[in-house]
Design a protein around this ligand. Structure first.
Ligand code: NAD
Length: 359
């Protein structure tokens, strides 16, 4: 691989999709799964969340090789009580499992007005906003609580050692004749993958993000990747911790999955997700919902003298990044590219083919 040290590649969306599909096809995914995983990972990169983009491929391939990830798997219905579906992901590829779970939830919400989807035991389901967007495309409001079963990396508020992971929450809010508002964040100060990206790039993380193994504040991302390791702090002090706790309760426990209870032995990143999907149309509040929402957006964004730039809505930064990256390509740092190339080679994709994609 001839990429000079420190260089960042710019790869087009189409090429990156081809890379993802080549690797997963070679690993054993069918064409539908190749499309779903490429859609998801490349969209995360386009939206600026490189932590959940193609840089996850090496972790997914490691899970596959450890026999902790099943390709071409569908969620199993454990219980169907009409208003709620309980599903077991069976460690299937999260991009397929969560997509299929949302298809089932969307169908149910359209029929009955609302649906709860309690999904447990899926392999990593990536950028949670992706699932809120899937619901919003159908005109449905959705709320998603997720917990993560993996090596603990986040310390509770007031704690000094990691006890949980970065438990994300997403909310999808469709609008009238405008792109949906997508609220989507980790309950930790930074997503773990963003610390990995900083580590790969050799740059510090912002103040207040990490503590080292002795519980002292640090800006060095190596604190999460080189022993003895420290912890990420929750965002918003006690408030982030309370939401992270809610994710353990709702996604980990209520779905019938698992909450964190100690160090893990598996390589795989496992997600459980509780989704609440609501049809404003079926509630009979559609007209009010849409007009009140637009009134609030108008009011929140009214120009104020001396205030610049304009107030953004959740989802706006991702849309702006996507427009820029569609025009100029997706940046992939050297270390991430080398890791992807190695993962591809390990499932039989020629390194020469991958190097050619990198130009
Ligand atoms: P983040 O801190 O970048 O926050 C993103 C949210 O804030 C988005 O809704 C965005 O639109 C909004 N936002 C950002 N700037 C804004 C502004 N100026 N005005 C208005 N809104 C603004 O996100 P994060 O915490 O780093 O999470 C990144 C991704 O990681 C998410 O997609 C999340 O789902 C994902 N994640 C997944 C897992 C998992 O286990 N699958 C775990 C953790 C995080």
């Amino acid at each position: 691989m001839s990429l000079p040290s420190g260089q960042e590649l710019r790869i087009t969306e189409a090429t990156l999709r081809t890379v993802v599909k080549d690797i997963f096809r070679s690993a054993g995914s069918n064409e539908r799964e190749c499309d779903l995983v490429a859609d998801h990972l490349v969209e995360a990169n386009l939206k600026g969340h490189d932590s959940h983009g193609v840089g996850m491929i090496p972790a997914y391939i490691a899970s596959l090789k450890a026999k902790e990830l099943t390709l071409n798997h569908a969620p199993r219905v454990v219980n169907d009580i009409g208003g709620a579906l309980v599903l077991d992901g069976g460690l299937g590829l999260g991009q397929t499992i969560a997509f299929d779970a949302m298809v089932m939830g969307i169908e149910r919400a359209k029929k009955t007005g609302s649906a709860i989807v309690a999904l447990s035991n899926s392999h990593h389901i990536g950028r949670i906003g992706h699932w809120a967007e899937q619901c919003a495309r159908e005109g449905l409001v959705s709320i998603h609580f997720v917990n993560v079963i993996a090596d603990p990396v986040v310390a509770p508020f007031g704690g000094k050692v990691p006890k949980l992971v970065t438990n994300p929450i997403a909310i999808g809010i469709p609008r009238r004749e405008a792109e949906p508002v997508i609220v989507d964040f980790a309950t930790s100060k930074l997503a773990h993958g963003k610390i990995r990206v900083a580590y790969n790039k050799g740059v510090p993380v912002p103040d207040g993000t990490l503590i080292d193994a002795a519980g002292r504040p640090t800006n060095d991302p190596a604190a999460m990747f080189e022993a003895p390791t420290g912890a990420i702090l929750p965002f918003g002090e006690h408030k982030g911790w309370t939401l992270a706790f809610a994710c353990e309760a709702l996604a980990g426990a209520l779905t019938g999955g698992h909450a964190m209870k100690g160090p893990v032995t598996q390589k795989a990143i496992i997600n459980n997700m509780l989704s609440i999907i609501v049809s404003p149309d079926a509630l009979g509040t559609q007209a009010t919902y849409l007009s009140e929402l637009e009134s609030f957006v108008h009011w929140a964004q009214l120009p104020v003298e001396g205030q610049s730039p304009t107030v953004l809505l959740p989802g706006d930064p991702e849309r702006a990044t996507k427009a820029e990256r569609l025009a100029h390509g997706i940046p992939v740092d050297r270390n991430t590219w080398l890791q992807i190339t190695a993962a591809g080679a390990s499932v039989g994709v020629s390194e020469a083919v991958l190097a050619a994609y990198a130009g």
